[in-house]
Design a protein around this ligand. Structure first.
Ligand SMILES: Cc1cc2nc3c(=O)[nH]c(=O)nc-3n(C[C@H](O)[C@H](O)[C@H](O)COP(=O)(O)OP(=O)(O)OC[C@H]3O[C@@H](n4cnc5c(N)ncnc54)[C@H](O)[C@@H]3O)c2cc1C
Length: 322
């Protein structure tokens, strides 16, 4: 039985930690936030909850399909049945290609919460350094640290993994190759239902990339709450803009794209500096000599499904090596 530290309680870290714990290893997860989920995030407001990070997940891999079917049976996930269109120049068009989409219920972090059930997770514990010592790896945080880990899994976004990997420069350099696009996500609440023919849309215009009526998803409270995601290009150009200005601009762009006249009762902008990675398509990274590895969406294809498979893949390799 090995003593393994997993840094990051997003879906990649928790999928890996779960698999390692199920194989009998002693696993500790360290997460800087106060709950699990990472970018599978939700925000409570007076108007109800918004999933302001990832919106849904696809099921292309048979292994992930089996996991999600179990979540569906347990009431943790459900198929998305809303009407999705492509909004092009203000005109709603059918999608050229569609595929099954699922959401976690009652909110996106639920899937991560299920994976993490029963695991030893330290929340509000930001790891500041990972250093080799005589009796294994040492993890440091603000006011403390712990030594004696046989292996370390970095399950954090690549930009945050690089500074934790200075002891193994070759691995740090591979991690450093991952790139990200930012995303401004605006959470808009309208007093009355918007007269639109769709529940969600891929948008092709100068500002928006994706919009979704939050309550069109299973298990959500009713209400006219919309998540409006700016495109990667617009988000990058306005990354340092004031959140209030962004919220107003993106909400106005939504009305123009959807052909409606409506002013949200409230619109709040959330900036994801590192939202979506193109992904290295490497599955995961593992340095067998130093017994440190990395997983996450950026190792794979930049999506939830890829992040899950990345965590599972690294855990399988570690199980063989441990
Ligand atoms: C706006 C937006 C929309 C998206 N839409 C979709 C979508 O519709 N479909 C889809 O499949 N994907 C989508 N994604 C991408 C999806 O959210 C990610 O691919 C997936 O959640 C990544 O999981 P992860 O575990 O790799 O990383 P994360 O979810 O980023 O988890 C990493 C965790 O590590 C923690 N952490 C970081 N540094 C430290 C540290 N030093 N110490 C301790 N903990 C640390 C973080 O707090 C976080 O909890 C979207 C993302 C965003 C932001």
């Amino acid at each position: 039985m090995a003593r393994i530290a997993v840094i990051g309680a997003g879906i990649a870290g928790l999928a890996g930690a779960r698999a390692l714990a199920d194989a009998g290893h002693q696993v500790r997860v360290f997460e800087k936030s106060c709950g699990p989920g990472g970018r599978m995030a939700t925000r409570r407001t007076v108007h109800g909850s918004f999933d302001h990070g990832a919106q849904y997940f696809t099921l292309r891999d048979p292994g992930f399909q089996r996991t999600v079917q179990a979540w569906v049976a347990d009431g943790i996930a459900a198929p998305y049945t809303g009407h999705i269109v492509r909004l092009d120049g203000g005109v709603a068009q059918p999608l050229d290609h569609d595929e099954p989409r699922y959401v976690a219920t009652p909110a996106m972090p639920a899937a991560c919460r299920a994976l993490g059930a029963g695991l030893a997770v330290e929340f509000e514990c930001e790891i500041t350094a990972v250093t080799p010592g005589e009796n294994g790896w040492r993890l440091s945080w603000n006011d403390g640290g712990e030594s004696g880990f046989d292996a370390v899994v970095l399950a954090v976004p690549a930009v945050q993994a690089v500074p934790l990997c200075t002891a193994v420069p070759a691995l740090a350099s591979r991690i450093g190759a991952a790139t990200y696009a930012p995303c401004w996500a605006v959470l808009a609440h309208y007093a009355t239902p918007l007269p639109v023919s769709f529940d969600a849309a891929f948008v092709t215009d100068a500002v928006l990339g994706w919009v979704m009526r939050d309550a069109s998803r299973p298990g959500r409270a009713p209400g006219e709450r919309w998540v409006l995601q700016a495109s990667a290009a617009w988000s990058a150009r306005h990354l340092e803009s004031d959140a209030g200005t962004v919220a107003a601009h993106v909400a106005a762009a939504f009305c123009a794209a959807a052909g409606v006249t409506a002013v949200p009762e409230e619109a709040v902008a959330h900036r994801w500096r590192y939202a979506l990675s193109k992904g290295l398509h490497a599955g995961f990274l593992w340095d067998a000599r130093h017994r440190i590895g990395a997983c996450g969406d950026w190792c794979a294809d930049g999506r939830i499904e890829g992040a899950y498979l990345s965590g599972i893949g690294l855990a399988a390799t570690l199980r063989r090596d441990a």
